[in-house]
Design a protein around this ligand. Structure first.
Ligand code: AMP
Ligand code: MN
Ligand code: MN
Ligand code: MN
Length: 277
């Protein structure tokens, strides 16, 4: 029985545990096939693979790329890729490069909204200076009492359209899918249930993803409700996409995202890991 968990984060991006510690949690959660998928960053990959293999798990290299499509942010996970592929490495460096200026912009917007010093505060939570993210701001805003939880911070300040949100242009969809394919990897649409597209936009998005060579989506993820497991299983059937499963684990204090603990994929779907195990 394969227990695949193919989406999670470490201190290399906005997770709270080092890659080795995420590996131990995955093993303790019963995971047998694992990928660490930090945002726009591959520097945790060799530590993750070493730890996984020492713990007896099969490992595939991964990443989660930030993309702008039709004016909104979507995330494309790449799995089973070559983390040394120059096109991928250079593309990710380019994708990361705007994060500091964006974070300073967020700091100014939060100050105008009544929360001064948020950029400096967020920096205290950053372990990879190349990868300051909204999650680091959220942890600081909880610490100073501006909101009661990380998700409350997003609802009040950091989600698209809220006062601390700074618009940003990430990678294009053709670039992100192209870098993953160049690295021999499998592109996967991350947590499709989180995007606020109209039905027309969704079908244009999935059509374009497929035309670019994409053929997988996350169905069972910590970001989906059980209703969304069913909804995106149906999308996978309709488009002939393979299906992926992953907790999107960031933080051990978040009881809802347990590595290896989500329901299995529906039996009739083709798992994204079909040819890897
Ligand atoms: P960024 O790449 O800086 O835009 O940050 C995106 C990250 O913020 C995501 O990967 C999640 O970890 C986190 N995030 C986004 N929306 C929410 C939310 N509503 N609640 C909690 N965390 C969120
Ligand atoms: Mn994240
Ligand atoms: Mn994501
Ligand atoms: Mn993620």
């Amino acid at each position: 029985m394969i227990n695949a968990d193919l989406h999670c984060h470490s201190t290399v991006s906005d997770g709270l545990l080092a890659p080795e510690a995420v590996a131990r949690r995955a093993r303790d959660g019963g995971v047998t096939l694992w990928a660490l998928t930090d945002h726009d960053e591959l520097s945790g990959q060799s530590a993750a693979r070493e730890a996984a293999e020492a713990l007896g798990m099969q490992y595939v290299a991964g990443v989660e790329i930030s993309v702008t499509w039709a004016g909104r942010t979507v995330h494309i996970v790449g799995l089973n890729l070559d983390p040394l592929c120059p096109a991928l490495v250079e593309g990710l460096a380019q994708t990361r490069s705007g994060r500091v200026a964006r974070a300073q912009d967020m700091g100014r917007r939060l100050a105008a909204a009544g929360v001064p010093g948020a950029y400096e505060g967020a920096l205290k939570y950053v372990s990879n200076p190349d990868l300051i993210s909204r999650t680091h701001f959220a942890r600081h805003l909880v610490e100073v009492g501006a909101a009661k939880s990380v998700s409350d911070v997003f609802d009040r300040y950091l989600a698209e359209g809220k006062p601390g949100f700074a618009p940003h242009r990430w990678a294009t969809l053709p670039d992100a899918v192209g870098w993953i394919l160049a690295a021999g990897g499998q592109p996967v649409v991350a947590h499709p249930g989180r995007y606020k597209y109209s039905p027309l936009e969704f079908s244009a998005f999935f059509d374009e993803f497929r035309e670019l060579g994409g053929n997988a989506i996350e169905v069972v993820t910590g970001s989906h409700s059980p209703d969304q497991f069913r909804e995106y299983a149906e999308v996978a059937r309709r488009y002939g996409f393979r299906a992926s499963r992953g907790a999107d684990f960031h933080d051990p204090s978040d009881a809802y995202t347990t590595l290896g603990g989500l329901p299995q994929l529906p039996d009739d779907l083709t798992p994204v890991w079909q040819d890897w195990v």
